[in-house]
Design a protein around this ligand. Structure first.
Ligand code: AMP
Length: 410
């Protein structure tokens, strides 16, 4: 199948051609006809499946064909990075169409909002917003959602994890009931279904099987004690010839620490975390995208938000708290069917969680031998105990995915 088979408006097709999109991905093949047919949709699909284009293309096609132009579509997404990336995709697809969009997210100064306000007053077709910022701005009265025809909730599970449920419900009260609603979520816990029952009308459900890491990713892991991790990461990075690599750590403190340590050890890198100003974060991401910066360190929030071509190496400094975050983290490499390398450090307390990841992806990940000069002090045991002094799986999605894991195994 090719995108021509959807018979999109030729201006939209020109945008697709310019962006080099030829064949739709499975989620696009399934979702686009349903969205064009004006159905409400629940789609279980993760980042990396092409879900953004799956909803943007039919919506843009609809906007091009509508004769009365007003704020037609509202897309709500959990983080400003994701909002910006959706906005960039709109810009690409809509380049020849005259459709306009505006990103609305927090963290900017007053001048940003003044700019956004002017754009809104001039009229835009499509708004992409984080829930908190949108709620704050709805009170200003500049944003009129009365004519919105399409509502998209992107990464709905992450938004609920971040505590946005009530904000979403409040925003929806500003929308007309006769809209089309599309809900995209990487996971489908009960609370997503409850939300869907509340805000969608006779939705069709599309599930892209639980995503497995792309075939092009070579995955391996090192069994390594915490006190050897700094030495090992330096050894591996210095010995590898990457032009773009991402390091993930599960806490902001570790991210900051590595951001201070690695440059001192001769590995130019930057850490991105929530204590930075938004403009600083944007600058770092820009440098990373342009390959001026070759090594970037961040937490799982980055794994959801970042869409950069050509990342060759993802290094997990620790095992991510949630098995699905592993897929998100390593999915930053080998994008669009290229190849990549993913390395994970497992300490003795993280073995069980790594076993959960292997169970989720349905295969055992190869454990590499430690280089010379390193001492391995344990043999891999995915049933070993977790660190006793630290409660694990404290956030809701973690406990859900673990429940699923244990169910599957029993
Ligand atoms: P997403 O899952 O929406 O985050 O998309 C993942 C990446 O795949 C993005 O970089 C998209 O630009 C790219 N992509 C999505 N759909 C296609 C397609 N049909 N052909 C080529 N690249 C695509």
């Amino acid at each position: 199948m090719t995108f021509q088979d959807f018979h999109f408006n030729h201006k939209l097709q020109d945008g697709l051609n310019a962006m080099g999109y030829k064949n739709p991905t499975p989620i696009q093949e399934q979702a686009i006809p349903l969205i064009l047919a004006k159905r409400d949709l629940i789609a279980c699909a993760q980042t990396g499946t092409g879900k953004t284009a799956a909803y943007l293309l039919p919506i843009l096609n609809n906007i091009i064909h509508s004769d009365h132009r007003h704020l037609n579509t509202l897309i709500i997404a959990p983080t400003r990075e994701l909002v910006q990336q959706i906005d960039q995709q709109v810009e690409g697809f809509a380049y020849f169409t005259g459709v306009s969009s505006i990103p609305i997210y927090g963290g900017g100064d007053g001048a940003v909002w003044d700019q956004q306000k002017k754009a809104l007053e001039a009229g835009v077709d499509l708004m992409i917003a984080t829930p908190g910022r949108l709620i704050a701005q709805l009170a200003s009265g500049v944003i009129d959602l009365k004519h919105v025809q399409h509502l998209v909730l992107d990464e709905a599970d992450r938004m609920l994890d971040m505590g946005f449920h009530d904000d979403i419900i409040r925003i929806i009260k500003y929308l007309p009931p006769s809209r089309q609603t599309l809900l995209f979520s990487a996971t489908m816990p009960q609370r997503i279904r409850t939300l869907a029952n509340r805000i969608l009308r006779e939705p069709v459900e599309v599930t892209i099987a639980i995503s497995r890491p792309a075939d092009g990713i070579v995955q391996e892991a090192y069994l390594v004690n915490d006190d050897q991790k700094e030495k090992l990461i330096t050894h591996l990075l210095k010995g590898s010839n990457f032009s773009s690599a991402l390091i993930f750590a599960s806490t902001k403190e570790k991210v900051k620490h590595l951001g201070r340590l690695l440059p001192k050890l001769g590995l130019p890198s930057k850490a991105i975390h929530s204590d930075l100003e938004q403009s600083e974060r944007e600058e770092i991401l820009r440098e990373f995208k342009n390959k001026q910066l070759n090594l970037l360190i961040g937490t799982d929030v980055l794994s959801r938000g970042i869409d950069v071509e050509g990342i060759e190496l993802v290094l997990n400094y620790d095992v991510p708290p949630d098995p699905e975050d592993y897929i998100h983290r390593i999915g930053r490499t080998a994008r669009a069917a290229s190849t990549g390398h993913a390395i994970t450090f497992i300490n003795q307390f993280d073995q069980r969680r790594f076993g959960q990841i292997e169970s989720l992806i349905g295969c055992e990940i190869s454990k590499a031998n430690l280089p010379e000069g390193f001492q391995s002090s344990f043999v891999y045991n995915p049933y070993s105990k977790q660190r006793p002094d630290k409660p694990r799986n404290t956030h809701a999605r973690n406990s859900n995915s673990n429940k699923r894991f244990f169910k599957k195994r029993s």
